[in-house]
Design a protein around this ligand. Structure first.
Ligand SMILES: [Zn+2]
Length: 324
């Protein structure tokens, strides 16, 4: 058994088809059959279809109780695969689209984490994320909401969405609000765009981690910079193959980045959409990247050391790794 940790998963994107159906029933909503496959995953082919399916499924998460259930269900599944720590990215914009206030969605997530910690011993933390293609004004709003309602489980601020929309400098104000309030920051880059996107993010945003960052390998100077500036990459191999960032695992940059000395970690991104889980990502690393149990455990150590949790929590989690 290898203990695991995950630092890149989108909360709304963790909801399984079964849970999405249950929440739709709860609210008397009808979802089109075309949203699901026969294998009980979500149906999509292109990136745009993926985003559409994601938004449609997320729209059933409408109350604090729903957010509690989505969070609890995900952490339970992670704990069943021997994960001891998970950072989830929440999206107040998705909550608002479903008619929920920031505080209500946060209360639900906090309850889900608290219940899962009590029941399974797994630790969870929250990274509040803005959506890049909704623009800098909306990002600023999210940052202001986040710092106005601090909570010990909210440890980070980040940005997902369409990497090719806007420039990172447009979001500096939003990130600086969060950063100055003590939140650690990450941003998606180097996934749907090349190394220049990662460079722009590092130049303009106070980030410690890059979501994906896997295309950094195309620029040797950037690889050096990632090492010098001690930046951790939140790598999601299953997601990258599903979305066609690389044609197959053999061509994935994970091993090259790791060999160069860049800090890499394993993550599922949006598990049911990519028919993956944190357990499957570790399996991919074992089967396709040839990593041993010790090497996998070292990846867990990297995730925990570079998580956004407080020092005391990190030491407690690292001690659990020592004892296995
Ligand atoms: Zn992501």
């Amino acid at each position: 058994m290898v203990l695991k940790a995950e630092i890149h998963s989108h909360l709304e994107g963790t909801a399984s088809p079964a849970l999405v159906r249950k929440l739709a029933d709860r609210h008397g909503m009808t979802l089109p059959d075309s949203l699901f496959t026969n294998k009980d995953s979500f149906r999509w082919t292109t990136f745009l279809e993926f985003l559409k399916a994601y938004d449609m499924a997320s729209a059933v998460i409408r109350t604090p109780e729903d957010y509690r259930d989505v969070t609890y269900d995900y952490l339970k599944r992670c704990a069943e695969e021997d994960a001891i720590y998970v950072e989830v990215m929440s999206s107040p914009d998705h909550a608002a689209m479903a008619g929920m206030a920031y505080q209500d969605h946060l209360d639900g997530i906090v309850q889900g984490i608290t219940d899962a910690t009590n029941d399974f011993g797994i630790e969870g933390r929250i990274i509040v994320t803005c959506v890049r293609h909704l623009g800098p004004d909306q990002a600023e709003k999210v940052a202001l909401q986040t710092v106005a309602a601090p909570h010990p489980l909210v440890v980070g601020f980040g940005m997902g969405g369409d990497e090719n929309a806007h420039h990172p400098s447009d979001f500096a104000w939003a990130f600086n609000i969060a950063h100055e309030a003590g939140l650690l920051c990450n941003v998606h880059a180097g996934e749907m765009a090349g190394p220049e996107s990662v460079i722009a993010a590092l130049d303009h945003l106070p980030v410690k981690r890059i979501g994906h960052g896997v295309r950094s390998i195309e620029d040797p100077d950037l690889v050096k910079r990632l090492i010098e500036e001690d930046i951790t990459l939140e790598v999601c191999p299953g997601s990258n193959i599903a979305l066609g960032v690389f044609p197959d695992f053999n061509n994935h940059s994970f091993l090259k980045l790791r060999k160069a000395g860049v800090k890499v970690t394993l993550n599922s991104d949006d598990a049911p959409y990519f028919e993956t889980s944190i357990g499957r990502e570790y399996l991919i690393a074992r089967e396709h990247f040839g990593l041993s149990d010790d090497e996998l455990l070292n990846l867990t150590r990297t995730s925990i050391e570079n998580s956004f949790a407080d020092q005391k929590t990190k030491l407690k989690l690292l001690a659990r790794l020592q004892s296995t």
